[in-house]
Ligand binder design. Structure first.
Ligand code: GLU
Length: 301
């Protein structure tokens, strides 16, 4: 393969004109090791791998494993074995978010020092009660009602007392305050061009849960920056999160990668493949006699 990237199949979303010479892309596959890989993952991983290989760039593997209740080292090992079997070799050491908690902590401390976070002591039930009592509660991009901001209004002395007493708490972004620190922001979606970022729809989003040291949003933007990712490829369902990620990048002074959100892979009936719905795993397909190229074909790459 020459450095000149040429899409393998005309009409694919990421085809280049032949005269283009795209810069080497650093891409990543970032699974959460909560189960075995299925065909949807293979589509995603292959896309990132292909772009790195076509452009003479790098393809990194990152396990998003900070949730100890759901993630298992055995799944992480199985993911690596499946990728190797498929020939989707990665560059450099595997990045494990569970080994990077002090880095996320440092970001949270920094945001906190700058008055951009506040501790939230509300339980889920308390938030639900509050929202149910409010007429027309606004909803975020994921469809969940937005946090009504109860703990943002806590008097400083009460906040300090609760923290000193060790009351369990999450850390939320003070969105209104953060927006005063940000100009109009944009990001580039490969097949659409520049998109205006609208992070306000997330409200006072949680950046560190009470039961987990940092949120997906913080870890993913931190690691993409720290690992020099230049092109984020991931499924379309994560596209809304990019609006918030763009704000975090601005607040932390991190570079903004390009984005290529890809269609969701579905089964013959058009249903989205997911672990929860018991999509056939790569393991199972392999055990049933499929070859790596059979699996890649089935993954619609
Ligand atoms: N860990 C996420 C997942 O498995 C992907 C995160 C990302 O690509 O930004 O869905």
């Amino acid at each position: 393969m020459t450095k000149q990237a040429v899409s393998r199949k005309a009409g694919r979303p990421f085809s280049y004109a032949c005269h283009d010479r795209p810069a080497p892309a650093t891409t990543r596959f970032a699974p959460s090791p909560t189960g075995h890989l299925h065909l949807g993952h293979v589509f995603s991983a292959h896309l990132a791998w292909r772009r790195a290989r076509d452009t003479g760039g790098r393809f990194l593997l990152r396990h998003e494993d900070i949730d100890p209740d759901r993630c298992r080292p055995a799944y992480a090992e199985a993911i690596e074995a499946d990728l190797r079997w498929l020939g989707l070799n990665w560059d450099g050491p595997v990045v494990r978010q569970s080994e990077r908690l002090p880095l996320y902590r440092a970001c949270l401390d920094d945001l906190c020092r700058r008055g951009l976070l506040y501790p939230c002591f509300c339980s889920r039930a308390e938030i639900r009660r509050e929202i149910e009592g409010a007429a027309n509660a606004p909803h975020g991009p994921d469809g969940a009602p937005l946090y009504p901001g109860t703990c943002r209004a806590l008097p400083p002395a009460e906040r300090a007392a609760r923290l000193a007493a060790g009351t369990p708490h999450a850390w939320r972004l003070d969105m209104a305050h953060a927006l005063t620190r940000a100009p109009a922001l944009t990001f580039v979606e490969e097949d659409q061009g520049e998109i205006r970022a609208c992070p306000e729809g997330f409200g006072d989003v949680i950046l560190a849960r009470r039961d987990a040291p940092a949120s997906y949003h913080l870890c993913v933007t931190h690691d993409d920056a720290a690992c020099g990712i230049t092109l984020v490829t991931r499924a379309l369902d994560l596209k809304p999160a990019t609006h918030l990620h763009r704000l975090l990048q601005h607040l932390m002074g991190w570079p903004t990668p390009r984005y290529a959100h890809h269609r969701l892979i579905t089964d013959e009936a058009g249903a989205r493949l997911s672990k929860r719905d018991h999509a056939p795993t790569i393991r199972a397909l392999r055990a049933a006699g499929a070859t790596a190229s059979d699996v890649l074909r089935q993954a619609q790459v």
